[in-house]
Design a protein around this ligand. Sequence first.
Ligand SMILES: Nc1nc2c(ncn2[C@@H]2O[C@H](COP(=O)(O)OP(=O)(O)OP(=O)(O)O)[C@@H](O)[C@H]2O)c(=O)[nH]1
Length: 328
Amino acid sequence: MNQTVTAKKQSSMAMRIGVYLGLFVALGILVVFGFDFFFSRQQQPDWVLVGVYAFLATLTYYFFIVNDLNAKKLNGRAMAMSFFICYLALSLVAISFAYQIPSNLVWYVSGMMLIIGYSMGAYGVTKWGRYHKKVKKVMIHENLTDDLTGLFNRRAFAINSNRELDFCLTSGSDFSVIMLDIDDFKEINDRYGHVAGDEVLKQLSALINSFIRRSDSVYRWGGEEFVVLLPITGLFEAHQVANKIVKIVAEHTFIINQNLKINLTVSLGVAQWVRQESLLNDTLNRADKALYKAKSNGKNAVVVANYKDHADDVSKKPGGGPDNQLSA
Ligand SMILES: Nc1nc2c(ncn2[C@@H]2O[C@H](COP(=O)(O)OP(=O)(O)OP(=O)(O)O)[C@@H](O)[C@H]2O)c(=O)[nH]1
């Protein structure tokens, strides 16, 4: 695991450098620009232009954050922040253009800082993406995968979850888990046979893996039970992901040996890790209880666990919006 630890350190350091440098760029430009504004400006600021740039910068920021929910390539609020700050810096440069600030020093300093800020932001993004790819590769090589589905196994969860948790602790991010269980899987086995059941497990694993983010990971927990690990994800987003899984699985037809068509549903329990609890014992336990409640509520459902160690039924059927359901 030395390789993964090094990759993690490099990646979080690059991100931190990216963010701090971005902040430095923005602050530097503000200082230089402010200095120039007070001592050499001749005309009033164009506030409309300032407003337009601020709006664009905010829009860009939300674009990254919202995109982060579902996109496979853009990950991490830290990077979004870094982009946002660099964008802000660019806006400030453009504003000084509009004001026609007559100082070459402003252009030189802000230009240099902007280039550095952008490069570091891009470096952070690339490292973050590469880090997750590398981690998955290393885990496959270290026999941490399940033979049937190719998913990570429980041992991998113990290793991976600790590493991700460590990252979330240093970056102050949220962290959530989803527990998933196929509904009435015994019936599928009984009706179509174990070979078909195995094929369903394989296809379901591939299906879930196909739409989660690159930073998320899926684990085969037991026979027909799975865990999805969602770093940098709060309860609201995790609930959205869970709803998406329920919906996609319910609408999907599993085709076995080209002619047998099987439809199935899944039940899910969602829990967000809170600082005072152990991810493996406490958070997973809450997710498990929520899953149990989803099953007893009639299956094909998502239940979100709250912080008080009990599960609230939040959406009987997929599609129920998460806004009114965060009891935690
Ligand atoms: N084909 C196949 N079946 C498995 C595997 N692991 C576990 N199972 C089967 O999964 C079934 C689980 O049955 P139950 O625990 O009763 O759960 P269920 O039928 O899904 O019922 P609910 O969980 O209440 O919806 C059992 O029949 C197991 O034999 C596997 O690797 N391959």
